[in-house]
Design a protein around this ligand. Structure first.
Ligand code: AMP
Length: 196
């Protein structure tokens, strides 16, 4: 099964992706994690990306497409994957569709996790302490929320137009949210996968 997870920063995308992997045996592809690893490794990409991440802005579509294209060639994606953090705007959604068509691996479902912004801000502040993320300062978080509203929120419409979008409420604890996701994908997909 091939899933795109959508939701604001702090909506619980990463947590849910982790739980879904355990349940469904999929590969997690987080473009944010790929970029943070590149920053840690001090690669050329990392050096260029760090300032952009720290400002809460988006890395260029061209760079991201190269990164995701390379990642999607990996042997570990053959059994299905969860994309977390990509696509981030309409241009990326269109590029991804073309790329996955070429690879014969179209998206089965896009899941939007809906949360209210107060909850998101509280979660991000907590995560900043736990994970020591340099892009989780208050100023950057505000910027990332703005970028999300302006550029990423319309991506849900892109998938809705293709009949691929399903939305779940992201409030409550992580297991409750997971159960909501599992119930929508086992009903809404043609994979035949059962959650347990
Ligand atoms: P995330 O962990 O998904 O919240 O991503 C952290 C940061 O990485 C974002 O604020 C962006 O600066 C960058 N990033 C992650 N994914 C993308 C993407 N698909 N396009 C552009 N920038 C991205």
């Amino acid at each position: 099964m091939r899933i795109v997870l959508l939701g604001a920063p702090g909506s619980g995308k990463g947590t849910q992706a982790g739980l879904l992997l355990e349940q469904l045996g999929l590969t997690h592809i987080s473009t944010g994690a790929l970029l943070r690893n590149a920053v840690k490794a001090g690669s050329e990409l990392g050096l260029r990306a760090k300032a952009i991440l720290d400002r809460g802005e988006l890395v260029s579509d061209r760079v991201m497409l190269g990164l995701i294209e390379e990642r999607l060639q990996g042997d570990d994606v053959a059994g299905g994957f969860i994309l977390d953090g990509y696509p981030r705007n309409l241009a990326q959604a269109a590029s991804l569709e073309t790329l996955l068509e070429k690879l014969g691996k179209p998206i089965d479902v896009a899941i939007q996790i809906d949360v209210d912004s107060e909850l998101v801000i509280r979660r991000i502040a907590k995560r900043a302490k736990e994970e020591d993320r340099s892009d989780d300062t208050e100023k950057t978080v505000r910027k990332r929320m703005k970028v999300y509203q302006e550029q990423t929120a319309p991506v849900a419409g892109y998938y809705a137009e293709r009949g691929l979008l399903t939305r779940v409420l992201g409030d409550g604890n992580k297991d409750e949210v997971l159960q909501r996701i599992l119930s929508v994908i086992s009903v809404g997909s043609s994979s035949g996968l059962q959650p347990d």
